[in-house]
Design a protein. Structure first.
Ligand SMILES: Cc1cc2nc3c(=O)[nH]c(=O)nc-3n(C[C@H](O)[C@H](O)[C@H](O)COP(=O)(O)OP(=O)(O)OC[C@H]3O[C@@H](n4cnc5c(N)ncnc54)[C@H](O)[C@@H]3O)c2cc1C
Ligand code: FES
Ligand code: FES
Lengths: 195, 336
């Protein structure tokens, strides 16, 4: 049996880097990421499970880093927003992760505070189910609150990423007269630009 | 959050041994807490509602998670089974109520971490209870502020002297399957009906919602239906927001159907009482033929009977018709 008083040392994988850290037992994974490792892409919103801004992927599943003790992440594979593009490139992709690229092109953000959590929830969904319908998208993103956008462009961004990855014709977004995606070349797919 | 000792036992024996201190025999003095997914406990620790000096993480204990077969087609769920795992398990039959209830809980992120036992043992969400500066009855004070205050989300049944509602969705769902709960301490293991596990504020200790002692660990939940293959069940929950919200009212309904007639039923309400609220008299009214007109009549009578004792507070009378409607809709869905 393991019994620890502070500080505790742990080893885990963060964005495919092996990380060793020593933190107080009461630190959350969010605190480890932001205040020890400087990975500030993961946001601290409500700090109590209500907003999803702190979402990271643990062993591929979206979870709230504000409600997980750092000690509980021992041995786990954690992916933060900083790891999204590197993972995409490591898997042979170019440019941004298609989810990031679609969020960018759809303007699926205003202040951007919700965005890293939102994109990680979307990425986890697409990894599990490459062709979710709108209900499934909304359910997968239901734990990520956005105070700015009203969600329309966010859902459309995920749908754009899906359409482009399956080669389907992307639907015309509600906020545009014509279909802006018809002739667009996806940055993540072809150009490889760092937008 | 205050600092604490973090203990990670690998067996139930080691966990209960770690909890078996003198001060841990009683909630008034207990300083150690069982730690499941932490989705409730960490929230309470951050606001200072809980300040444990030790956390005993039970998630590493072998064999405490997962689903196994129990007697006569029933199922046993380990205490640390994740809600996410329950979500997709059942799309029909006796256990459907469990998946339907699990799906309504929190967000995908929360369900991935949250454990079944933690869901049953989570603390109330009453706005006054969650506010550290409000020393209400639940926290050893001498007033339930919801009673004369803002009580839109509070109890209409079984309230007094505290008017919290029990926040768990898995509680009503499991009770609709006659679940038994298995509990261990350093002296051994006991099993009891989940119905006997939950308590009302008037039952004794107003600061607790169940009979669990701080030196005990929930081990498993077992359904206890007679011939599960003859049962069907459903969970209907009404939330202010479509997702990511607690129940304003919820109905767990299960029916035993033999030769085209309802021969047994369970109705357990959530979100309306300080504990999952079983409606025994209303259940009896549901028994009989499956003919639509008769069923509709009996459903309406059962809904009236279920809410007969309701005593709404200033802001929550809406829960009465809401709950009646949910019950009748659940009945229609299960018999369509
Ligand atoms: C934003 C948000 C929304 C939510 N929405 C809902 C909802 O709609 N419906 C719903 O039902 N719940 C909801 N919840 C509550 C959530 O489901 C619970 O917090 C969660 O299920 C608790 O499980 P856990 O394993 O994380 O428990 P923990 O937080 O680890 O523990 C909760 C309590 O149970 C005790 N405990 C845990 N495991 C055991 C055990 N094996 N033996 C003895 N005691 C134990 C702990 O000591 C603690 O007191 C929500 C929570 C949040 C943060
Ligand atoms: S910061 Fe974790 S859910 Fe809001
Ligand atoms: S863009 Fe501001 S919270 Fe979503």
């Amino acid at each position: 049996m393991l019994a620890m008083s502070t500080p505790i040392s742990l080893e885990l994988s963060i964005n495919d880097d092996r990380v060793r850290a020593s933190v107080p037992a009461h630190w959350t994974l969010l605190e480890l990421l932001r205040y020890e490792l400087g990975l500030t892409g993961t946001k601290q919103g409500c700090d109590k499970g209500d907003c999803g801004a702190c979402t990271v992927l643990i062993d591929g599943k979206p979870q709230l880093s504000c409600l997980i003790l750092a000690a509980n992440a021992e041995g786990k594979k954690v992916q933060t927003i900083e790891g999204l593009q590197p993972a995409h490139r490591k898997a042979g992709g170019v440019g941004l992760d298609p989810v990031q690229d679609a969020f960018d092109r759809c303007g699926a953000l205003q202040c951007g505070f919700c965005q890293s959590g939102m994109m990680l929830s979307a990425r986890a969904l697409l990894n599990e189910n490459p062709t979710p319908d709108r209900t499934e998208i909304r359910q997968a993103l239901s734990g990520n609150l956005c105070r700015c956008t009203g969600y329309t462009q966010i859902v459309q961004a995920v749908e754009l990423a899906i359409a482009e990855s399956t080669g389907a014709e992307p639907e015309s977004p509600s906020w545009s007269d014509g279909n802006p995606w018809k002739s667009t070349t996806s940055l993540s797919g072809k150009n490889g630009g760092d937008a | 959050m205050k600092d604490f000792e973090y203990i990670q036992p690998e067996t139930v024996e080691a966990a209960t041994a770690a909890l078996a201190t003198k001060e841990n025999a009683d909630w008034a003095t207990a300083k150690a807490r069982v730690f499941g997914g932490g989705q409730d406990l960490l929230g309470e620790m951050k606001t200072g509602l809980e300040e444990p000096s030790a956390l005993v993480n039970v998630k590493w204990i072998q064999g405490l998670g997962g689903v196994t077969q129990a007697d006569g087609g029933n199922l046993k769920f380990g205490a640390t089974t994740k809600l996410r795992a329950l979500e997709g398990l059942f799309s029909s039959g006796a256990f459907q109520v469990l998946s339907e209830a699990a799906k309504t809980i929190g967000s995908p992120q929360i369900r991935t971490q949250a454990t079944l036992a933690g869901n049953l043992c989570q603390r109330p969400r009453c706005l006054y209870y969650r506010r550290p500066e409000a020393k209400c009855l639940k926290k050893g004070g001498d007033e339930c502020f919801a009673y004369g205050g803002y009580n839109k989300f509070n109890a209409i049944l079984g309230g007094g002297p505290s008017y919290i509602v029990h926040p768990s969705d898995m509680g009503p769902a499991l009770m609709a399957l006659d679940a038994q709960i298995e509990i261990s301490d350093s002296k051994g293991t006991t099993e009891m009906a989940l119905d006997d596990f939950f308590t009302l504020p008037s039952d004794g200790d107003v600061t607790r919602e169940n009979v669990l002692r701080p030196d005990q660990v929930v081990i498993s939940l077992r359904t206890g239906l007679d011939t599960p293959s003859e049962w069907r069940s459903t969970y209907l929950k009404f939330q202010e927001r479509d997702g990511f919200d607690f129940a304003l009212s919820a109905v767990a309904l299960s029916l035993r159907v033999q030769n085209g007639a309802i021969t047994d039923a369970r109705i357990v309400l959530g979100g309306v009482a300080p504990r999952p609220w079983r409606c025994r008299e209303a259940e009896q009214l549901l028994l009989g033929s499956m003919e639509a007109a008769s069923l509709a009549k009996r459903g309406a009578a059962a809904a009236d009977a279920a809410l007969l004792g309701a005593e709404p507070l200033e802001h929550n009378a809406y829960k009465v018709p809401l709950t009646k409607g949910l019950l009748q809709r659940a009945l229609r869905q299960l018999t369509a």
